[in-house]
Design a binder for this molecule. Sequence first.
Ligand code: DGT
Ligand code: CA
Ligand code: CA
Ligand code: ZN
Length: 606
Amino acid sequence: MPTNDELATLLEEMADLLEATDVEYKPSAYRRAAENVREYPEPVEELATKPDDPEDAVAEINRVGDAIAAKLVEYVETGEIEELEQLREELPVDMAALTSVEGVGPKTVGTLYEELGITDLDDLAEAARNEEIREVSGFGAKTEQNILDGIDFAKQAHERTLLGKGRPLGESAEAFLASIDAVEEAALAGSNRRWKETIGDVDVLAASDDGEAVVDAFLEWENSTDTIEAGPTKASLRTGDGVRVDLRVVDPHEFGAALQYFTGSADHNIRLRNLAIDRDLKLNEYGCFDVSDVDDPGEGPDGSRTSSDSTDGSQRVGERIAGETEEGMYAALDLPLIPPELRENNGEVEAAAAGNLPDLVEEEEIRGDLHAHSEWSDGDTTIEEMALGAAERDYDYLALTDHGEGPGVFGNTGLSNEELREQMETVEAVRETLEEAGHDLELLHGVETNITTDGGLSTPDDLLADLDIVIASPHAALGQDREEATERLVDAIEHPETDILGHPTGRLINQRPGLSPDFERLAAAAADAGTALELNANPNRLDLPAEAVRVAVEADATIAIGTDAHRPGALDEMRFGVHTARRGWAETEDVLTARDLDGVRAFLED
Ligand code: DGT
Ligand code: CA
Ligand code: CA
Ligand code: ZN
């Protein structure tokens, strides 16, 4: 079952290969068709399998002509497009990787393959270093150097930026934008506003009557090292560490519409546009329009992207009924404002229509942190400094949970059982210091013990029983298969001394996948055993991932958001955990660390 996205990607590949072999006109036809296939609201695959005349049905899609429709039907029927296979044979290159280098387009790829046999980024880098590219006709030393410079960026850009870096960067872009005189209002949009765990690029919006002034000022942002493009109402730049930032400047009266549109996700927007069409409304980045008296309200449900480049009025048809505020855009569809974290077309539109949106947990509701380290294990500071950090953040409680000894803990920094007993006295002393200084922070004493390969805990039960709180985490054997991992983690959840299952998958985003257990079984076991599942807020982890949080919440398991802080400043990473919990539809009552101390104590005693 090919998705629309897969089909569109195939058409784009055709376009690139055709262009690389110097075919004219056809490439742009394929690209336009690809765009419309990608955004088509129904599965194109269904059209392509209609019993009679599937090609006609597919050709009904905007900008998809008979020839391209035939190719799509061919692919759905046979799993191949013959012409594409031939083109791939003629030009066996990693087109996507090569064209991601700035200044390298399909034509260049074609030439470099023919002249030098370059097929991938490594070949390209080698040829550039050996000064072979400058020898090819039409290329020079300068082009060669540009390519060399572009390769590192291209390699970096293959990785999406972690939220922990992308969000602060986006916030500083937003703040800078807001400081520009001509800007009436600035906002962060895109995946950053939805708090996705990784960010492809940063999107910011400004409301202003003077787009050029805003663009000119924005390009002077101190974090910008490179202007990718600039126009009267939009610009893209690259920051020193290679992250792309897209700016849009819009009319203040259309700010809400633009904010809604550029927050995405694209799938969420398509849902809303279809809802609008059903009501004779037209929804786009300029507003919501009543088109019941308009003969031809425009190009169909996808609200074609090409319009976003034009400032002509073709998208502003009929009578404007919303656009100034985002809330107004949703209200025009009889919906309450849907929180950005939910906008993934995962049932949020239905929930909103039925008045069933979850009452999501909020940053301000967090009362404490139940996962923190000190220099006793691998943290940077004393127990007291960690506690004072929590007190400064007005928390009711902090759990000190240094590593116990065991396999997989970095550099063997875990505490021996004796050291853990000794630590109890120091914790007691810190409690007294806190009290004398007038802080009413409760310092809980716990441990982060290791889950052994077969689901046991690496700290003896009698020692665990003497602690306030026990986090059991997997640190080693993270390559286990699904069944092994599930059984191991369920055993740890059911251990009578375990209070929280720490960073359940052990993943490090962009670095290692970690375990992929059956989350439904974990969630059911956790709910039964009265063990909380951690949502580790460290932006390298965000573990549980949002999809697993959703499964946990549905099974009535409890989520403990903890930062795993190794220094006081890292306590501020709590917000990444809270927003990931929101992406998983977690309500206040689902979250252990949104409870007061009595609530936490009651949970721990259970
Ligand atoms: P990212 O950057 O990959 O992490 O994800 P987003 O969601 O930030 O995507 P981006 O930067 O390409 O575009 C920002 C928003 O603009 C996106 O969430 C929805 C809207 N948008 C962008 N491209 C399209 C499109 O082709 N179709 C539709 N319907 N909306 C789009
Ligand atoms: Ca983006
Ligand atoms: Ca973007
Ligand atoms: Zn850990």
